[in-house]
Design a protein around this ligand. Sequence first.
Ligand code: PMP
Length: 363
Amino acid sequence: MTQLPIVAAPRARVQAMKEYHPPLGSRDALRLDFNENTLECSPKVREALKQISAGSLTRYPEREPVEAIVAAHLSLKPEQVALTNGVDEAIHVLFEAFLDAGDELLLPVPTYTMYEVYASATDARVLTVQAGDDLEFPFERLLAAITPQTKVIAIANPNSPSGSAATRAQLLELAQRAPHAVLLVDEAYYHFHGETVMDLVGTVPNLIVARTFSKAYGLAGLRLGLLAGTQELMRWIRRVLSPYSVNSIALACLPSALKDTAYLDWYVSEVLAARTDFEAALDVARVRRWPSRANFILVDIGAKHAEFVRLMRASGVLVRDRSSDPGCDGRVRITIGTREQMKHAAVALNTTLAALRVGGDAQ
Ligand code: PMP
């Protein structure tokens, strides 16, 4: 008689997966490590939070009315929009719906880590295209990497950790050259970039756009994201998506977040002004940086990157070591907050560089 295993084993794919542990511990400092809003959400959202009754929490969340509001805000039809538990769930669901054995996920790298994490739970192959030293969007090489097996192309636009962006014409051509694939354009940092392909949803048949409320809106803790695409594509997405994955507190807050455009405009303009100031501080310190279209800047610290991150933390500023990202050895990503916060960050930067002597000649 064959011996039964003592505990059930997960799928081989899952056994091969790595656990992903973002460094979220002890963050009571200036949070320039996760590209969040570094302040707080809109006061209108705080008001909405106060209106939530204990009784309302006894009900399952109803997402459709809020999806209709979001769709109207984006000038889309409700059938073209699905709310998700952050863009992370959106990526997970999209890959579950489309990536099968024999399929390929095409990614420019470095890019957002979770694409590879969620793809590794599927039977598809991940094909990466390394950006050059300038970290610009590797458009021509991505086009050349399209195969009949390409099923999903995932483009963070702007990209993280580089901050570089693809143009609308490049994204359109990618979509046209891979009509058999879904082109995911992840516009998590859209508000800081100001350029979008959301208006092409519905006309470009294989385009899906993602947006998050975790960044400019300052709602990372609520977990709110969305996918927008043709009705046909979204129908498949909805088969995989849990009808309850966006909770009722998030749903209650979302309309107020959308309505308060004054808050959003203020926060974005504050960050853009702070980015310019901080770029100047980096240039004075002779730290190599990459041009950014988002609320963060990638900088080259060199061999002492880990010590740099540690010393910045000791000065009360959290930054993110991206050294293990492909082609990013020695590089650190610094989120941009308000002008006042970035003044403090610039002081910490200079103190840290002086301590490490990595400014100027070490670059
Ligand atoms: N996409 C990109 C490109 C990101 O950088 C992030 C956040 N780090 C996400 C998606 C995840 O967003 P959310 O908080 O909505 O899951």
